[in-house]
Ligand binder design. Structure first.
Ligand code: HAM
Length: 449
């Protein structure tokens, strides 16, 4: 029985006391992406399994070991998405977005599912913020996409993040490279894990991102693709670097990045940190010029990246970066007696219709207990309403921060309260700006976007 009160291993609940942080991060990322012209796309949580075997690749760890795959009641093989790129590409193609003005730019926040060994920053259900850009083969697009990733960390105030880039070439230059790689791994075949022995013939590059420590170590000394790039791929990579330099983006070339998904071509990159233990990649992506064709469409060069929301939240916490606080009720209306309770309900409605958040007692508690509750939920203002107040047509509204009280007429209450509330917000903002408050102004404003 204990099982039904425990979340499945590798999944986590986001409780009401925390969810504002996820909301802030997710909406901030989507908002920044929209400034770069990316519009949100929403695709289903499950797709035909074949979409992932074809795009992510059937020799990858993701497909071979980590997918949540099952037959539905109609006997179709279905997979919970392990990542967002394949579903977005499928939707792009299905809805003919290649016929819309190019480049098409999409963004998403989605849940993803991978049967991995759970640990800090590695979950079986996790969330990705991602962007995809379809229809440009230019290195300017690579730099633009990378610069967006850079911007996200900058805006959130996260530091100790390094950008590492590499080029893994095109199918043409990879032919020679695969040969060299195969010869190298053949020579150390006895040391490889069983999965990698199978990969040797079909896709030796996949051995380079095997999670087994032994294979990983052997991979460190393997030939690197950068030495095998064809002239066009080399030129593309040089131009990407030139753009990054022109955009003042610091990067390191890491010739060992190959990425764990098969669809990549040319530029690949990772934003990594040493602040999260073993889970160093916070955001990663690259170019995938062959994917749309691979799943049955025309040739549409494309690229993108995804960042793990949980990893970003862990980083924000590890670096002590304060996020805007959860929204607090503007007013709690306590009431004495049945008549006043009806009035409280009426006032709450009036306030909500004017765009403010108001709460009143829906339990039937004593005034003392109502005020205690108002305090616990952090109401900015409170009022206590009784029959006498209704008769007099006015109530006292108390600012819970400084204890000041003000009398407001019940007639036109919402407008009058709005003025009081705005005045208080303005003076709070003034305190922040003058340094009398310890709230960070950029974070305060961040909460308003
Ligand atoms: P990925 O590197 O597999 O790439 O994942 C991107 C990000 O998702 C990682 O950097 C990490 O932050 C987060 N992530 C991955 N697995 C987990 C996990 N088990 N638990 C928590 N977070 C995780 C992709 O998925 C590509 N679709 C990215 C892309 C988009 N490439 C082009 N467009």
């Amino acid at each position: 029985m204990a099982l039904i009160t425990q979340a499945i291993k590798g999944t986590q609940d986001v409780l009401p006391s925390q969810s504002h942080k996820n909301q802030f991060v997710e909406s901030t990322l989507l908002e920044i992406a929209s400034e770069f012209g990316f519009k949100e796309i929403r695709t289903p949580v499950f797709e035909h399994t074949e979409l992932f075997t074809r795009s992510v690749g059937d020799t990858t760890d993701v497909v071979q070991k980590e997918m949540y795959t099952f037959d539905d009641k109609g006997g179709r093989s279905i997979t919970l998405r392990p990542e967002g790129t394949a579903g977005a590409a499928r939707a792009f193609l299905e809805h003919g977005l290649q016929n819309e003005p190019l480049p098409q730019k999409v963004s998403y926040v989605t849940s993803c599912y991978r049967y991995e060994k759970p640990q800090a920053g590695r979950l079986r259900e996790f969330h990705q913020f991602g962007i995809e850009c379809y229809g440009s083969a230019s290195p300017a697009a690579d730099a633009e996409v990378i610069s967006l990733g850079n911007e996200l960390f900058g805006f959130l105030g996260i530091d100790r993040i390094r950008l590492e880039i590499n080029s893994i070439g095109c199918p043409e230059c990879r032919k020679e490279y695969q040969k060299a790689l195969k010869a190298y791994f053949e020579s150390r075949k006895d040391e490889l894990c069983p999965t990698c022995i199978e990969r040797l013939d079909r896709n030796p590059m996949r051995i380079l991102d095997c999670k087994s420590p032994v294979c990983h170590e052997i991979g460190e000394e393997a030939p690197v693709i950068l030495d095998y790039l064809c002239d066009e791929c080399k030129e593309h990579f040089e131009k990407v670097k030139a753009y990054l330099e022109a955009m003042n983006i610091t990067y390191e070339v890491n010739p060992h990045i190959v990425r764990g998904l098969d669809y990549y071509t040319r530029t690949v990159f990772e934003f990594v940190t040493d602040a999260l233990g073993a889970q160093s990649a916070v955001c990663a992506g690259g170019r995938y010029d062959g994917l749309i064709e691979e799943i049955g469409g025309p040739h549409v060069p494309a690229l993108g990246f995804a960042a793990g929301i949980e990893r970003i939240l862990l980083l924000l916490e590890a670096q002590g970066i304060a996020l805007p606080e959860a929204k607090k009720p503007d007013l709690y209306i306590a009431s004495i007696g049945d008549n006043a309770s009806l009035k409280a309900a009426e006032l709450a409605l009036e306030l909500r219709q004017s765009g403010m958040s108001a709460q009143f007692d829906i339990v039937g508690r004593s005034v003392k207990a109502q005020m205690k509750y108002a305090d616990k939920i952090g109401a900015k203002f409170t009022t206590v309403i009784g029959d006498d107040d209704i008769a007099a047509g006015k109530v006292k509204v108390k600012n819970m921060e400084n204890g000041e009280a003000q009398e407001l007429m019940l007639e036109g209450f919402a407008d009058a309260f709005m003025d009081v509330s705005l005045q208080s917000a303005a003076s709070e903002l003034q305190d922040i700006a003058s340094g009398d408050s310890n709230i960070d102004l950029s974070k305060f404003l961040g909460g308003l976007i």
